[in-house]
Design a protein around this ligand. Structure first.
Ligand code: ZN
Length: 250
């Protein structure tokens, strides 16, 4: 494991001084690889916080380009990048933020083989996509590779968050939660989204990813629901489905 330079130690000192974190976990972050699927409303804050916090290697996956209607909430992008690929736009922001984070990009919809390869090389995966097909495919790929998956979603004023930790054979997965793969998904384009709500959820994804990478307790086997209108927050137990086609019998 590559140790931190004195410059890096200084940079991350406010995290290193945390009793539960310390130099060992900061060094783990520096040597970690996170893969982020989706550089939209959730992936924007998640990628910014993971980069700022000192994750050493990020891979950004998105097929889309920046649209003016994205800028209301997708804070990793900028006005002068409308029309640019989201992964390229995000890379510019992140590289300007932390020269010690290696940023790789993948700018199309991965096929099954490419998805498996992207996930196998990750220490943690963040699902910041906005459609059910991608979510089920990412979940199944993480299950096969036994890589922890931090999953969030937000619509209108509401958000939800969970961690599917496939390193633990008793952990529930995304498929346990949403049994029906044909379920119709709602999108922010159709239903609307309050900007800071995705900011909250994406930031919490970064937090859970940092904890999953460093062995701290996460939301695994629990589902957190937050309502941005009232700031009421509920955490439900999320049991593993013994008949789940993805994670049962592992
Ligand atoms: Zn499952």
């Amino acid at each position: 494991m590559e140790s931190l330079t004195p410059e890096q130690f200084k940079r991350y000192s406010r995290q290193i001084m945390l009793m539960e974190f310390g130099l060992e976990k900061q060094t783990q972050l520096h040597n970690s690889h996170a893969v982020i699927f989706g550089l939209g409303g959730l992936g924007s804050p998640a990628s910014v916080y993971l980069t700022a916090a000192g994750v050493g290697h990020l891979t950004l996956v998105d097929f889309d380009t920046v649209d003016e209607s994205n800028l209301q909430r997708q804070i990793v992008h900028r006005e002068d990048r409308v029309g640019e690929k989201k992964v390229d736009s995000a890379r510019r922001t992140l590289e300007a933020l932390n020269r010690w984070t290696q940023i790789d990009t993948f700018d199309r919809v991965p096929d099954e083989t490419e998805l498996a390869a992207l996930v196998e090389n990750a220490d943690v995966v963040l699902d910041c996509t906005d459609n059910f097909d991608a979510r089920f495919a990412i979940n199944a790929a993480c299950a096969r590779a036994k890589v922890p998956l931090v999953s969030a979603a937000a619509i209108r004023w509401e958000g939800q968050l969970s961690v599917f930790d496939f390193r633990d054979p008793d952990c529930a997965c995304y498929q346990c939660l949403y049994k029906d793969a044909s379920m119709e998904g709602m999108t922010c384009a159709e239903s609307g989204i309050m900007s800071p709500v995705v900011g909250m959820l994406g930031s919490m994804q970064a937090l859970e990813a940092i904890k999953a990478l460093t062995g701290l307790p996460t939301l695994k086997n629990r589902l957190m629901l937050v309502d941005g209108l009232t700031l009421a927050c509920r955490t439900l137990n999320l049991p593993k489905d013994p008949a789940c086609p993805v994670c049962a019998g592992r």
